[in-house]
Write a protein that binds this ligand. Structure first.
Ligand code: FES
Length: 149
């Protein structure tokens, strides 16, 4: 059972008087967990507060990284590192980029690393950033574009 008491006095100073008042009605009734309304409300919202702070922190971190082009969005060269064929395929079931010339496969979730085929190295990444409302290049390709020779 919960009781709420409103008073101009500080909450903790009310406890002895409340205890006496309750004992006058029922001496066996204990009083425990006396808290101010501020503490009750603060405790009930603590999970939401932490969740909100974490969401805000990660949103700011993502915005900062995207703005700086650090660990943000990247594009990959579509020139295969094997023999310069265009990497035009997408294997949706495995989430891989695919070069149809000699079946090289690249994992865009892992730096476009080669996971199958004769391609000797990953597709070079182009870091991107948000400039106003546009997505623009944040630098040059990270790695040499084209085939190995
Ligand atoms: S050119 Fe892409 S696998 Fe050979």
């Amino acid at each position: 059972m919960h009781f709420m008491v409103r008073s101009a006095r500080p909450g903790i100073s009310l406890v002895p008087d409340l205890r006496k008042a309750v004992e006058s009605v029922n001496a066996a009734q204990p009083i425990h967990d006396a808290q101010s309304m501020r503490d009750v409300i603060g405790g009930s919202l603590s999970l939401e507060r932490v969740s909100s702070l974490l969401t805000g922190f990660f949103a700011l971190a993502a915005l900062l990284m995207a703005t700086l082009g650090v660990y943000g969005v990247v594009a990959y060269s579509a020139n295969c590192t094997h023999a310069l064929c265009p990497v035009t395929g997408w294997k949706a079931e495995r989430q891989l980029l695919w070069c149809p010339c000699h079946n090289s496969e690249f994992d865009p979730r892992n730096g476009a690393d080669v996971v199958f085929g004769p391609a000797p190295r990953p597709l070079p990444a182009l870091p991107l950033k948000i400039t106003g409302d546009a997505l623009t290049a944040a630098g040059t390709f990270l790695g040499r574009v084209g085939h190995t020779t």
